[in-house]
Design a protein around this ligand. Structure first.
Ligand SMILES: [Zn+2]
Length: 232
């Protein structure tokens, strides 16, 4: 578990095994925003300490490593899940949310890690959204401005999630340390170049990027990764 402080905002960060997909949590007024939930007893304890009574779950995209905790969290605390309409469609389907193929990611990895992840891994995983949006949606959440806009490219159901003016949760449309993968099912290089890359490039270079994988950084430190991978 890590903590990142941006000004007066405190974010809790959880990482999913060796693939390092990131879950982010922000707490205010006994409510929490959870982005890309994974199962985490540590985060659950933090919510309990902060007397959190309800959560809104936002999804950056439909892939299994970013939604694996949705059903578990619903059992812990009242939650509402919001994502793009395409994401909402795809998370219900283990093929479209890639749970079915998740196994393949483990093959070359260390045995210990495989065991850790297999404990929570379900190849028939599916979950449901409570609210979906098309194009974009603005929320006023406990006085914080949240803005989601559709960001297809890495996957069909991607969103860029803006938190006030200086923080963006990019999911796998910008990760720290690797170029953007568009070769998975539903990924489209052309859409990334048209719908996502220009939006990221237009942001202030000091914008804080909370990526789908890897460490939080400012845009100028990671903008070189806002490009699609070359086909090998
Ligand atoms: Zn992904």
């Amino acid at each position: 578990l890590k903590i990142k402080k941006i000004g007066t905002y405190l974010f809790y960060i959880e990482s999913f095994g060796f693939i390092d997909s990131r879950m982010y949590v922000f707490i205010k007024n006994r409510k929490a925003i959870i982005i890309d939930p994974q199962i985490s007893n540590e985060i659950k304890e933090i919510l309990e300490i902060n007397k959190v009574k309800e959560c809104i779950i936002l999804l950056t995209h439909e892939h299994y490593d970013h939604i694996s905790g949705v059903n578990w969290w619903r059992e812990q605390i009242p939650c509402k899940v919001l994502c793009s309409s395409k994401c909402g469609e795809n998370i219900e389907n283990p093929e479209k949310n890639s749970a079915r193929y998740f196994n393949a990611l483990f093959i070359k990895k260390e045995e210990a890690n495989i065991k850790t992840v297999k404990n929570v891994y379900k190849d028939d995983f599916s979950c449901k959204a409570d609210m979906i949006y098309n194009d974009e949606i603005h929320l006023n959440w406990e006085g914080e401005k949240i803005y989601l806009r559709e960001a297809p490219g890495h996957s069909e159901g991607g969103s860029l999630i803006f938190f006030n003016d200086n923080i963006v949760f990019t999911g796998d449309n910008l990760v720290n340390g690797n170029l953007v993968i568009t070769r998975l099912p539903g990924g489209k290089k052309e859409l990334y170049k048209k719908k996502v890359q220009p939006v990221l490039e237009a942001l202030s270079p000091v914008t804080w990027i909370f990526p789908g994988h890897g460490e939080v950084a400012q845009l100028y430190e990671v903008i070189q990764y806002a490009k699609t991978e070359r086909r090998k």
